[in-house]
Design a protein. Structure first.
Length: 468
């Protein structure tokens, strides 16, 4: 806890002091100041600095903390900030990255400036570059794009003493040593050996006697969401990755999965809010925000014209019973809220694999009953409210029935759309709050006017028009 408070205190006073040193142009003072700071403290104030200040700070850091700071920046920002640095300095920094982070950074730099990428690659160690290039052949959203090839593998015939000796030599280059993987001569995975089991075993014990052959693994093409689910379900901190020939090619650690969980949760939140997912809000300018957000909003505006068409079609009813118009926002707002609520629950359950496509009718039956209960509760409230405060018995009945039907239909629509999208291969999160609201606005108005015509028909002077 003390270290957390120290970082927070550092971040609070860091920017003024950092700027003061930057203004002096004294490289030695800047290096001395940065030497006492953790990269996490710099990350906490990173976006309070100007672009030129960030570049100078990164350039003044030693390669290892600079690499740690760089690995936490977005793929859009990494090549921009590396652009002004000397190629040799960039290469020294990149050498400190883990292979998976190095592969991602090189891909981002290649997409941003191919010529600059070639210059930097020329300064990298050929062995390091070969490992990174091997990882770039995998999709970044699959296990192959997440894994690191820095793991410890041993043979089943080795003794505990031999493994410990081997660890002292190999451990500095490994991502983790808490689990050792047992492979045969063809690098096929045969078992796993925990560091705890190794330490408590006698020196002469063979790996094949200590290892566990029951091991959970994944393929290089396993989707990153599935990787996160497996690690969460089995409470794993490390997960081995196999190629199509069952050869061990890498491991995925829990810190990589935490990044995936954050990324996927952010995407789902953006989609459910109708917001763009491929954007860094902190760095985006108003024009970029306009361009990214306008397309979805324009679609919603156009679809909302259907609401106008429905109201326009039944305007003669509103002209005769003006008070009906006052309840439109309440009714369609309730429909949108109910639909968005159940859609959120179903989307989350689908994302965590608590629900599958085969569960649709079970969910529909559950939401049919839930919607009926909600509708009856809302309907009774609306009937009582209008009856006692407006003294309009027929209108009270019409509104009560409408509320029941809207709540019921909103529940069914909100539960069904995520399953429909999943069935079509579309992310269910796209059944966002704005989308559900638009659907329920139109459906709610149709229900409202048809119920009004049915209940108030004898009181209406004009002939009710048919539904569009």
């Amino acid at each position: 806890m003390n270290s957390v408070r120290t970082d927070a205190a550092e971040a609070t006073d860091l920017v003024p002091g950092l700027r003061a040193v930057l203004l002096t142009g004294d490289s030695a003072r800047l290096a001395a100041l940065l030497a006492d700071l953790r990269p996490q403290a710099l990350l906490g104030v990173w976006y309070e600095l100007e672009a030129e200040e960030r570049e100078r700070v990164l350039s003044a850091l030693p390669p290892e903390p600079a690499a740690e700071l760089l690995s936490n920046l977005s793929s859009e920002e990494q090549p921009e900030i590396l652009e002004s640095m000397a190629s040799l300095q960039v290469a020294e920094m990149l050498e400190e990255l883990s292979p998976d982070d190095l592969a991602d950074t090189l891909q981002a730099l290649e997409a941003y400036d191919p010529e600059r990428s070639r210059e930097v690659r020329g300064f990298l160690d050929p062995a390091t570059l070969a490992v990174a290039d091997a990882l770039t052949g995998y999709d970044e959203e699959e296990a192959g794009g997440l894994m690191t090839p820095e793991f410890i593998s041993v043979r089943a015939t080795m003794t505990a003493a031999q493994v410990l000796t081997f660890l002292r030599r190999a451990a500095p280059d490994a991502e983790t040593i808490y689990y050792l993987y047992v492979v045969d001569a063809d690098q096929r995975l045969k078992g796993v050996l925990s560091l705890r089991q190794l330490i408590v075993s006698p020196p002469e014990a063979r790996v094949q006697e200590m290892m566990s052959p029951d091991i959970i693994s994944i393929r290089t093409d396993t989707d990153q969401e599935e990787v996160a689910r497996i690690m969460a379900d089995y409470d794993l901190s490390v997960l081995p990755v196999l190629d199509d020939d069952d050869r061990l090619v890498g491991i995925i650690t829990v810190d990589d999965v935490l990044d995936v969980v954050t990324e996927e949760a952010t995407e789902d939140i953006h989609r459910m809010g109708g917001a763009p997912i491929d954007i860094d809000y902190v760095r985006a300018n108003p024009f970029l925000l306009f361009r990214k957000r306008a397309s979805w909003l324009v679609l919603l505006v156009v679809s909302m014209t259907l609401t106008f068409n429905v109201i326009n079609h039944y305007e003669h009813i509103l002209a005769e019973v003006v008070i009906l118009a006052a309840f439109i926002p309440l009714l369609i707002g309730t429909g949108g809220n109910v639909g968005a609520q159940v859609a959120t629950l179903v989307v989350r359950a689908l994302a965590t694999r608590e629900l599958e496509l085969r569960d649709y009718f079970r969910v529909l039956w559950k939401e049919l009953k839930t919607g009926m209960l909600l509708g009856l509760a809302f309907g009774l409230f609306m009937t009582g409210y209008v009856f006692f405060f407006q003294s309009e018995p027929r209108i009270a009945v019409a509104l009560g029935i409408t509320m029941v039907l809207i709540a019921l239909s909103a529940n069914l629509v909100g539960a069904s759309l995520p399953f429909l999208f999943r069935r079509l291969g579309i992310d269910p999160a796209l059944t966002s709050s704005p989308g559900i609201t638009t659907v329920m606005d139109v459906l709610g108005l149709l229900i409202y006017f048809r119920v009004v015509i049915w209940v108030l028909g004898p009181l209406l002077t004009g002939e009710a028009a048919p539904a569009p």
